[in-house]
Write a protein that binds this ligand. Structure first.
Ligand code: 4AD
Ligand code: MG
Length: 484
């Protein structure tokens, strides 16, 4: 058996009392031809392997270079040095993989996040990305735990679809037709997708919601957790062309039930990370504090990462309507001093991220749930509110905004009334024929239902304090970039 080893994280919880263990990992540093800091990715903490002078061949010692892969059998003893409670006194060292330390791009010094993005295949081996990606894993695990405990059914919705669930026209096309101009044409000269692989035009999904609604009207409560794709040309620190989304969908829920579940869910994830990944969070909190030292005073966060997360756990999210938000923004000094790049033109305008961030970061200083948006700026499937003022039709939409990120959740109560849904789709030019299956649900036992989508990477950003979304997904896909 080759892989019989103890993970360094587990080893470090033991008491050093002369036990023999085998560890495997990668060399972080090798000091004085004597002390190897070995890391295996289970924790940011290294085990210090002590190489007794004279007990190993010079030729072997030469091969112990930064990032070489080692198998070490040794005896665990209390450490004589400061900074660690144990040493692993090496009895046998096997070099599993050599590493040319001159050519190795990760030197034992501080590298910028921008540089590390260029070597994303190696950046997991740094403390920062070790912590970020262990937290990403923990949050993914917690998501399943949360919904499983509540009896939700995990649904795998299709990646390739023929619909645009958000109706925003930001889809990536999926085709096997040639792109050299020889694709079959229809009589009017447009491409004949009947000849395409699926016999119709298809794209990568932008959301699993429509299919999740089908599941919710049978199982009651379902959720999806999968990749989604958007061809929006947004080169920001919060947008990816490929991101992961969690979309719960619940029958017998109204917009208020929906808000409550979303708040409980976000708090559960934060609590889970605090309880299970404390060490990594503390490392990232420290990292963020150091990074912010370089910013001017007014750009620094008032709270450290852990204090921020605790604050979110201990306070209720602020709930207010879109209409109330517009009047707060209008009345704000920020607006009166003309400090917004985009003017507050009044009711009906779409909020820009600077407006959202003003509300959460400056005005309320905590997460905010905005609801009841103008119908005209929201998707076709959202439930039309009854009794609106003429010319001010709203829908039961909700967005959750958090400090530092802006929108993290988008959701709504869905339009369950067939006629209202069909007329809305007509107004918005959504092809009803193609969504016959979506409309069927409204014909056979329609029920009030609601759901939301949490952007997974934005949630990971919020918990880890990483300011750029490219640093919380292993291999980011953004405009003009699909390396690795
Ligand atoms: O607000 P969105 O577009 O809502 C939907 O897709 C609904 N179908 C969800 C639902 O009701 N089931 O997207 C939901 C969330 C956003 O709040 C944001 O966190 C994230 O997905 N998101 C993105 N994350 C990274 N990059 C992008 N380009 C994103 N677009 C949306
Ligand atoms: Mg949205």
């Amino acid at each position: 058996m080759f892989h019989k080893r103890i993970k360094i994280k587990d080893l470090l919880t033991q008491e050093p009392k002369g036990q023999e263990v085998t560890v495997m990992g990668w060399v972080r540093t090798f000091r004085n031809n004597q002390f190897i800091a070995l890391n295996d990715g289970s924790t940011n903490n290294n085990i210090q392997v002590v190489v007794e002078l004279g007990s190993f061949d010079e030729s072997l010692l030469k091969r112990i270079t930064t990032s070489a892969a080692l198998k070490v059998r040794g005896i665990v003893e209390p450490s004589l040095g400061k900074g660690q409670k144990m040493d692993l006194k090496a009895k046998e060292i096997e070099i599993l993989g050599d590493s040319d330390s001159e050519a190795y791009p990760l030197q034992p010094k501080k590298h910028s996040l921008e540089f590390l993005r260029e070597i994303a295949h190696l950046r997991f081996r740094t403390n920062t990305f070790g912590a970020v990606f262990r937290l990403r894993h923990a949050l993914a695990f917690a998501i399943h735990q949360f919904f499983n405990d509540k009896g939700f059914v995990y649904m795998h919705t299709p990646i390739i679809t023929a619909s645009d669930a958000e109706g925003a026209g930001e889809t990536f096309r999926v085709t096997t037709l040639p792109i050299d101009g020889t694709a079959p044409k229809t009589e009017d000269g447009s491409i004949n997708f009947k000849e395409d692989f699926f016999g119709r035009s298809t794209n990568l999904t932008v959301s699993g919601q429509l299919e999740a609604e089908l599941g919710a009207t049978a199982f009651g409560d379902v959720y999806t957790f999968g990749p989604t794709f958007r061809a929006e040309n947004s080169n920001t620190a919060r947008h990816l062309a490929e991101f992961w989304m969690i979309e719960p969908e619940m029958a017998f829920y109204d917009i208020e039930d929906n808000m409550e579940l979303a708040e409980e869910f976000i708090k559960y994830l934060i609590r889970y990370a605090m309880d299970n990944n404390r060490e990594d969070l503390e490392f990232l909190a420290q990292r963020l504090a150091e990074e912010e030292k370089q910013l001017p005073q007014d750009k620094r966060s008032e709270l450290g990462l852990i204090e921020k997360l605790e604050f979110v756990l201990n306070n209720s999210f602020e709930k207010l309507t879109y209409t109330e938000a517009i009047s707060i923004l209008k009345e704000s000094n920020h607006n009166k001093k003309k400090k917004f790049q985009y003017d507050i033109t009044g009711w009906g305008m779409d909020l820009q991220s600077e407006h959202e961030r003003y509300l959460v970061e400056k005005h309320f200083k905590k997460p905010v749930i905005l609801y009841n948006y103008p119908a005209a700026i929201k998707a076709f499937y959202m439930r039309q509110n009854d009794g609106c003022e003429a010319g001010k039709q709203t829908v039961a939409a909700m967005d959750i905004l958090v400090p530092g990120i802006g929108e993290i959740v988008g959701g709504s109560q869905r339009e369950e009334r067939l006629e209202k849904l069909v007329s809305r789709m007509k107004e918005m030019n959504i092809p009803a024929e193609e969504l016959w299956w979506y409309l069927d649900i409204r014909k056979f036992g329609t029920v009030p239902h609601a759901g939301f989508g949490l952007g997974f990477e934005r949630m990971v950003q919020f918990v880890t304090g990483m300011t750029n979304i490219r640093d919380v997904i292993a291999f980011p896909r953004t405009p003009k970039s699909a390396e690795f």
